[in-house]
Design a protein. Structure first.
Lengths: 160, 160
DNA sequence: CAACAATACTTCACATGTAAAATATCTTCA
DNA sequence: TGAAGATATTTTACATGTGAAGTATTGTTG
């Protein structure tokens, strides 16, 4: 009687090959559904998830940041950041300034407009967190975080 | 001493607002890293993750499937499936056949070439599962799956 | 100081994900 | 039957993710 919720969600006919596979697919599946949720929330405010992330990072930093530093915290490949910043700039949510000491570096600064937008989003975002995860007990949440962190410890070192 | 692995991974300055947020970001982060891994593996065989998924679904079904049924199991929005199938067809990994009874339906069939490709991938995929999750005990894996499934139970019903 | 390597970005080409609208076929039912 | 509504799939427009290659600048070194 262990044939599993995920298995039926995916209309999968056979059970999983291993508990490893089942846990892994559960991670991917949960992520997809949560991403969808957040995507919809942000879209209602004219942002995408990635754009929101850039802005949140900039606000957290509190001062202009080099392009690549933003990209690094996004866990994102470099080239994608350029277009992302382009679009944010077009919406006047960030501005670019070339560093005068090292002219290769481009600093990204968040605008007041963006800060106001983020402020409006803070409560809805927190609410969504609670709505998605609030039915787990505090103990369960900590255990979930622990297990996920443990999962990541075994990442074959490469980052290429 | 709880300031957290994830927090430092993200170079985040302040701790998380709530355990809900921390667990949620842990899910997203773990997913990203795992997706990268699998993406690289599949790319080595000339496939993307999505393409692999389509093929795996088709093999699991064992017979041709309507386009939308594939899309549904992918947790993917409909329009994306068309291009995905296009590219698979171009690589001769699937074929399309219009259903004669209901001419709206397009059946997708996996080719022998694709079945052979999948067969070559089975072991590497299973190995990667083990490599990424194998250091968790069986009990931990089950608990992780349980917590993720519980997380998903509260998804506000919409699928819009 | 000139050549070369290293950096920080940007551009290109391509696969994918999303929303919205268009097409082609059924189904239904007045 | 014939018009309206449902279905299955495709098309379009746009944001994002990836790898590979290009550009501008800086650093290093013989």
């Amino acid at each position: 009687m262990k044939s599993g919720q995920l298995q039926s969600e995916l209309k999968k006919k056979r059970p999983f090959d291993s508990p490893e596979q089942e846990a892994l697919l559960n991670i991917l599946r949960t992520n997809d559904q949560f991403q969808n949720r957040f995507g919809r929330l942000f879209r209602a405010y004219g942002l995408t998830s990635s754009q929101y992330n850039v802005l949140r990072i900039l606000r957290g930093e509190g001062k202009p940041m080099p392009c690549l530093d933003v990209a690094e915290r996004m866990i994102q490949v470099v080239p994608a950041i350029t277009g992302l910043i382009d679009r944010l700039e077009r919406q006047e949510l960030v501005s670019r300034q070339r560093c005068s000491e090292d002219r290769r570096v481009v600093y990204i600064e968040i605008t007041t407009k963006a800060l106001n937008l983020l402020k409006k989003l803070d409560q809805p975002v927190m609410d969504l967190h609670k709505r998605l995860m609030g039915h787990l007990t505090r103990t369960e949440l900590k255990e979930l975080s622990r297990l996920l962190e443990k999962s990541r410890t075994n990442l074959p070192e490469t980052r290429d």
